[in-house]
Design a protein around this ligand. Structure first.
Ligand code: PHE
Length: 455
């Protein structure tokens, strides 16, 4: 491997790795995206598909990426290139994904920061005015940029402290705190009147709700929440010591992510159902604004408890968002540093400049640039970036990766790597998933999706 390997940071142990990978995985995807997708696609039906994907293709790819990273000691471009120059393009393609996600991720991080601030300084009614508060804020230009910059500054600060002192430490505090808070809010939400009907809607699949759109969304959500198909887990794997057991680590990462998404849904879907009265109403009202428009109305109905619940809720979402944006900024930094051979510091500065400028652009997509509606009437630059990364690039990147490992370097190469430190009894099953099941699923889904968008 190249000389960068020697100076690479390493995780201080298995716990640090699992925690940091889970912290990258659990984020706005679980807290903000999952509940609105579940609400939109019929509750239990979406939950079931998401479950199936996380524990098949998700787990298989998680193992693939981390073992590839550890074997090569490189972040994504270098990892593919290590097997021949001509494969570098897969890594390059993947590496573009975090650069697309991070600016809009920070924009939403800014929204979360604003709501936390809002619950601290204003009466909860003010935030529950049917969307005016939200649209007033996101179209404000300057104000929404300021909150985004606050969110970004927190992220940059932690990344600048380094892998061990910054990222690991921050995750060690924020992750357990967020899980405890999420469990508490979920339990509270379930005691609200009417929540039990909502719980049934959320947990019991309704098979008439299946659609190609639901399936592609569940798959995109799997990649997004597990931070797959964009090189992050390759990078995280490259910081691993050979003694860390990969099989149990990835199961814990997937389990935590699924668990937190489930909890996030429990916090939001039944309570929203109770407030709106039916599954159809939930589906119609859900969307990216579920957390910022409908949820404050749900909180408002709680009377005296609204402020405290609002604060706890947005603190926990902020923690989840921060631990993921860290991983995005860290990955961009590491890609630039490995790719250009620059120091970590210089690469971080370049990342910061890029993320800040792009973030401002995405932000202006709701104000002075709102005439840009790339995905039809009323859509935003943010919608476009979310669509391109999740629904287009990630499935393609996952497909390329599976073909690369399944058919070019062969699964055995990575099975050997996994076996350096763990027994891998399901190695054969894993090979089959990587060689056949995952690629076929991905191709079918991509085709179904293209057909649907065109037709
Ligand atoms: N997995 C994170 C989430 O669910 C998002 C993310 C994607 C983080 C890609 C890092 C990289 O919010």
């Amino acid at each position: 491997m190249s000389e960068t390997t020697k100076s690479r940071a390493t995780w201080s142990g298995k716990l640090a790795f699992v925690l940091s990978a889970a912290a990258s995985a659990v984020g706005l995807g679980s807290m903000w995206r999952f509940p609105y997708l579940a609400a939109k696609y019929g509750g239990g039906t979406f939950l079931l598909m998401y479950f199936v994907f996380v524990f098949t293709i998700g787990l298989a790819l998680l193992l693939l990426e981390t073992s590839l990273g550890r074997k090569t000691g490189q972040s994504s471009i270098g990892a593919f290139k290590a097997f021949g120059k001509k494969y570098a393009f897969i890594g390059i393609f993947m590496s573009a994904v975090p650069f697309i996600i991070v600016p809009y991720y920070c924009v939403i991080g800014g929204w979360v920061t604003k709501y936390l601030f809002g619950y601290i300084v204003t009466a909860p009614e003010a935030l529950a005015d049917g969307g005016n508060y939200f649209s007033g804020f996101i179209t404000s230009g300057a104000e929404s940029i300021i909150f985004m910059l606050i969110f970004m500054a927190l992220t940059y600060f932690i990344v600048a402290l380094g892998v061990n002192k910054g990222i690991e430490k921050a995750n060690l505090i924020m992750m357990p705190a967020l899980i405890v808070m999420a469990a508490a809010v979920a339990i509270y939400a379930l005691t609200l009147p009417g929540a039990m009907d909502g719980l049934a809607y959320y947990l019991i699949p309704d098979f008439s709700k299946f659609s190609p759109e639901l399936i592609i969304s569940a798959l995109g959500q799997t990649f997004f929440t597990l931070s797959l198909a964009m090189g992050i887990m390759v990078t995280y794997g490259s910081y691993l010591q050979k003694s860390t057991k990969l099989t149990s680590s990835v199961s814990q990462i997937a389990g935590t992510t699924f668990g937190v998404s489930l909890l996030a849904g429990l916090m939001i879907v039944p309570a929203t159902f109770a407030a709106l009265g039916s599954g159809d109403a939930v589906a119609q009202n859900s969307g990216p604004s579920l957390m910022f428009i409908i949820l404050p109305q749900v909180f408002e109905n709680l009377g005296g408890a609204a402020t405290i619940i609002g604060v706890v809720f947005f603190v926990l979402v902020l923690f989840a968002a921060l631990t993921s944006s860290l991983s995005l900024v860290e990955t961009c930094t590491s890609i630039i540093s490995d790719g250009a051979g620059w120091s970590r510091k210089r690469s971080l500065i370049v990342t910061i400049v890029y993320v800040t400028l792009m973030g401002v652009l995405v932000n202006l997509g709701y104000s002075s640039l709102s005439f840009i509606q790339p995905m039809g009437e009323g859509s935003s630059i943010l919608d476009l970036l979310d669509f391109i990364s999740n629904s287009v690039m990630m499935p393609i990147a996952a497909l390329l990766t599976c073909v690369f490992v399944g058919w070019i370097i062969k699964p055995q190469t990575l099975i050997d790597e996994v076996r350096v430190s763990a027994r891998f009894r399901l190695a054969n099953v894993w090979s089959v998933v990587i060689k056949y099941i995952a690629p076929v699923m991905l191709v079918v889904i991509l085709i179904a999706y293209v057909a649907q968008t065109m037709g």
